[in-house]
Design a protein around this ligand. Structure first.
Ligand SMILES: Cc1ncc(COP(=O)(O)O)c(C=O)c1O
Ligand SMILES: [Zn+2]
Length: 431
């Protein structure tokens, strides 16, 4: 029996607006502050937890039979959401691989590189970590319909978790800019899927406006519980590294939910004493969708939304809603933000794929960013880096196929061979 519990339940976990400090009721449906419209965060009195017993309980649950115990999200439940077990819509998500990548480390020029493959989640992306948390809170709230705007993965994940929880689901996606694989998931899992003649940013703005009137519970990353679930990517990584923080965490940045969640998780783990130093964070955006990088370069003076365009459709986002949390997070971790071109993204993806690990284009932006930051002397030569691969290779087969059938540096083209022994022998000679 797992017994970790804070010494008292009074105000251990509560919601707080990061803009005006308002503390609304914990189980409220509005995802943002109703006083000022600011972002809410889940705050915790960490002095009420015992770090050693947390660590022991997190490890012990891993061997449990119940999905909510072995889940790579719910085994860390004290840092996710204070829910009763029956509210946890869990399926053993998380527990993703952390792969050594020595060849890729050499290519990037760093001392040690490991890949945390979030594409190994049930629907193929890190979003499942956020959705298991968000849909469980939705169950606690008793809501009937959950909703999101999405570049693809969010809709696939929400549709799946909503179906498992017996809830209705509505998703808004930008027309013609979502991979067929992701759209196919949303439709197949039964979401009402609205293809919007506009981009992701517009879809999200429309949803935020209409949600109260239509009675929808919004599960984009403006929802603070989503981020609590996504924090477990860092918790699981640190656990796998025996709570020795790497020098750097590298990831792609779109709507900046992960940037916010990872920095929150790392700061909390340091405060709990589970790690003794903070890693730095390296966020990479696609050149055509880089408002966060521009704000960083301008000394965080202002975020100027852009009209986004990139082959990495998952991060084709021009007005990231989590900017206030993410910019504070990057500052707290002495982080950096950079950009890479679409061809750098696709070349890096080809190398990750070639390892046998594989990822979707957006994930590879983070990898390309490591090489760029190393070349600029920002990431040190001997640095240890953990890069988070956010989505599975199968999420965007069109992009993969276009790369390998084009004249690209790491292309592995199909060989068309006549169906006779001589031709096959001749084709094999080049191996
Ligand atoms: C595969 C993938 N990578 C990265 C991102 C961007 O993540 P964030 O919005 O947390 O910056 C997304 C978001 O849709 C995604 O699906
Ligand atoms: Zn507020």
């Amino acid at each position: 029996m797992i017994t970790t519990a804070p010494t008292s339940t009074k105000r251990v976990v509560y919601l707080r607006c990061i803009s005006c400090g308002h503390e609304p009721e914990l189980w409220q449906i509005a995802p943002q502050c109703e006083e000022c419209g600011g972002l809410l965060e889940v705050a915790r009195d960490l002095s009420r937890y015992d770090a050693a017993s947390l660590r022991a309980d997190w490890e012990a649950r891993r061997g449990g039979l119940a999905a909510r115990d072995r889940s790579g999200v719910w085994r860390f439940r004290e840092m996710v959401a204070p829910l009763e077990p029956e509210d946890m819509v869990a399926r053993g998500e998380g527990n993703t691989g952390l792969y050594a990548a020595p060849g890729l480390a050499d290519w990037a020029g760093v001392g040690d590189l490991r890949l945390k493959h979030e594409g190994e989640n049930p629907t193929g992306s890190f979003k499942d970590r956020g959705m298991t948390a968000g849909v469980s809170v939705a169950r606690r709230l008793g809501v009937g319909t959950v909703a999101c705007a999405s570049t693809g993965n969010t809709s696939a994940s929400l549709a799946s978790y909503a179906a498992m929880a017996g809830m209705s689901c509505v998703v808004l996606v930008p027309r013609g800019k979502t991979s067929a694989a992701k759209l196919g998931q949303a439709v197949a899992y039964g979401a009402k899927t609205l293809s919007i003649r506009g981009d992701f940013d517009l879809a999200l703005a429309l949803l935020q406006k209409l949600a109260p009137e239509l009675g929808l519970y919004v599960l984009n990353s403006v929802n603070p519980w989503r981020l609590e679930g996504q924090k477990t990517i860092m918790l699981e990584t640190l656990e796998a590294l025996a709570w020795e923080a790497p020098d750097w965490i590298a990831l792609p940045g779109g709507n900046l939910g992960n940037t916010s969640a990872f920095s929150k998780a790392l700061v909390e783990m340091k405060e709990l004493g589970l790690i003794d130093r903070l890693p730095r964070i390296a966020v990479t955006q696609a050149e055509g969708a880089a408002p966060f990088a521009a704000a960083y370069a301008a000394g965080w003076s202002v975020l100027r939304p852009v009209e986004a365009e990139t082959i990495a459709t998952a991060i084709r986002i021009g007005d990231p809603v989590n900017y206030p949390k993410a910019s504070a997070g990057v500052r707290a971790l002495d982080g950096v933000v950079t950009t890479v071109s679409d061809s750098e993204i696709m070349d890096a993806k080809a190398l990750v794929d070639r390892m046998g690990v594989g990822c979707e284009p957006s994930s590879a932006a983070g990898i390309a960013g490591i090489r760029k930051l190393r070349a600029a002397g920002i990431i040190e030569k001997e640095a240890s880096v953990v890069a988070v691969l956010t989505g599975h290779l199968l999420k965007d087969p069109d992009a993969t196929w276009a790369y390998h059938t084009g004249s690209n540096p790491h292309a592995n083209p199909l060989a068309a061979v006549d169906a006779d022994e001589r031709s096959i022998r001749a084709a094999m000679e080049v191996l």
